[in-house]
Structure formats: structure tokens, C-alpha cells
Design a protein around this ligand. Structure first.
Ligand SMILES: [Zn+2]
Ligand SMILES: [Zn+2]
Length: 263
């Protein structure tokens, strides 16, 4: 059952009139035939019409299981040292390099999504997230477009942080978990903004080199200083972090260590 992908002069998208890609079986007209528009991100089936998105719920439990297993056979772009590890194989040098898992990789590795997305530091959500003035009418976040823009600028690209560590800092509300030091940016209105003041670091309780995973249970927001002190063996930092690690291991050991080695 060979499907072929091609374009034809008369095959246009019914939405945007751009050329669509066609997907037809080589052998049989009985098999379903599709068109795909990469601009509208739509897929249509001939004789049926546009396919609904996120229609996974429509399947029976058994079929869902089958599909999930099949999907897991899609090869990974990277070879990881182990499932859930941020160590990925560098082909040129044949060594493992550290890089935070993307949210997609996180989901794939742990079978769960990482939350902590919409962080909101406000204690009173009737106030503007940027300037702290009262919101009017239907406004829920910002009193003006200008405030929204300024907030966007301040948090743009998460100020040099990757998404995963930014989410962990958000979970910890940008406070150092050892000293409670405030690690968020405070703007000229005195409002805390979920962006790093460049003192935020994320520590792996179980070290990456010791098989520690990127699962959130293994990650801790600390200040640069505390992080340095910990790794230099300064007592206050070591004691505090080892205590947290002990607590976390009681509940999350399995997630904190990367699973089966991918040799
Ligand atoms: Zn405002
Ligand atoms: Zn560390």
C-alpha cells in the first residue's frame, strides 16, 4: 500500500486557493485519498471533506492504545543518554551534550505535560499586570495596550532562559528555594515580572551526570550565588538542598532518575 505525495495543476485549497499536496495510494482508488494545505494547516479527505483537528477522542480505547504504540515508533530527532535526560548525542564528536528538553520532549519522555505556563504574580487580579493600576471594563490583564506591550517586551524570549527552566522558575514564583531571595525583575512601577534578573539558575537535585532527569521534581530554582555555593560545598547551601533532595526522592525517585539506559 504505497502512498504518493504530489501536486497537480488543478488541485487548490478550498480555503486559501493555494496549491495543495495530494496523497493517493498507488494501487487502489478504494483507499482514502487526501489533500493537505500547508498554509491553512488543513487536511481534507476526498469524498468526506475537511478533517477535524484534535479528533483523538473519537477512537475507542483499544484503538487509542494501538495508535499510541505506533506513534512511539517514530524515531527521535536526538539520541538521548537515557529517557528524560537532557544529555543528547552529538554526532560529530560522539559525545553527549547538555541541553534542556523542549516541552515536546518533556511530554514524550515523561508522558505528562509540564504546567506552570500562565504565571501571574498579582495578588489582586483587578489590577494591571504591568503598572498596578485598576483595570476597567472588560480588561483582565492590562489597563492599556501600552502596558501589555511593555510587559511583552520585559518577558520577551523569557530573557535568555529556555522554556523548561523558565517554567520551573515560574513554578517557584522566581524565588530562590534556599534563601527566598527574589529573583524576578521588578519594573519601575514596583511590580514583579516573571523574567529573570539574571540571578536565576535551575539546579538538578540528582545531577545530570549521575543520571538525573529534567523532570520538574528533580529541578529547583536557586540564585546564582546559592548554586555556586552548593557546588563548592558551602554548608548552608549543601544542607538546604540535600534536605530538599531527600524529601523529593521519597516521592519522585522514579521520575528524578532517567529511565533505562539507551545503549
Ligand atoms: Zn497598566
Ligand atoms: Zn546545580
Amino acid at each position: 500500500m504505497n502512498y504518493h505525495r504530489f501536486k497537480l495543476p488543478k488541485a487548490y485549497c478550498p480555503n486559501c486557493s493555494r496549491k495543495v499536496e495530494l496523497l493517493f495510494s498507488e494501487e487502489s482508488a478504494e483507499l482514502p485519498q487526501f489533500y493537505i494545505c500547508f498554509k491553512c494547516k488543513k487536511v481534507g479527505q476526498f469524498g468526506v471533506g475537511e478533517l477535524a483537528t484534535n479528533d483523538f477522542l473519537a477512537f475507542s480505547t483499544d484503538r487509542k492504545q494501538e495508535i499510541q504504540e505506533l506513534v512511539e515508533e517514530i524515531p527521535d530527532k536526538y539520541v538521548y543518554k537515557a529517557n528524560g535526560s537532557q544529555l543528547r548525542l552529538e554526532e560529530k564528536t560522539d559525545t553527549y551534550k547538555r541541553r534542556w528538553l523542549s516541552l515536546y520532549e518533556y511530554e514524550k519522555a515523561f508522558g505528562e505535560t509540564l504546567g506552570f505556563e500562565a504565571i501571574d504574580f498579582r495578588e489582586d487580579n483587578r489590577l494591571c499586570k504591568w503598572c498596578n493600576h485598576a483595570l476597567e471594563g472588560r480588561r483582565r490583564s492590562f489597563c492599556s495596550d501600552r502596558c501589555s506591550r511593555n510587559y511583552g517586551k520585559a518577558t520577551f524570549f523569557k530573557r535568555g532562559m529556555s522554556t523548561l527552566p523558565h517554567r520551573i522558575a515560574s513554578r517557584d514564583r522566581f524565588y530562590c528555594r534556599v534563601t527566598g531571595e527574589d529573583l524576578a525583575v521588578t519594573n519601575r512601577f514596583g511590580v514583579r515580572i516573571p523574567a529573570s534578573d539574571h540571578q536565576v539558575e535551575i539546579h538538578h537535585l540528582v545531577f545530570v551526570s549521575a543520571g538525573g532527569s529534567d523532570h520538574e521534581s528533580n529541578l529547583l530554582t536557586v540564585s546564582k550565588q546559592v548554586h555556586k555555593d552548593y557546588h563548592m560545598g558551602v554548608a548552608y547551601a549543601v544542607n538546604a538542598i540535600e534536605e530538599i533532595k531527600k524529601q523529593q526522592l521519597v516521592h519522585y525517585q522514579e521520575k528524578m532518575y532517567t529511565a533505562k539506559e539507551n545503549s
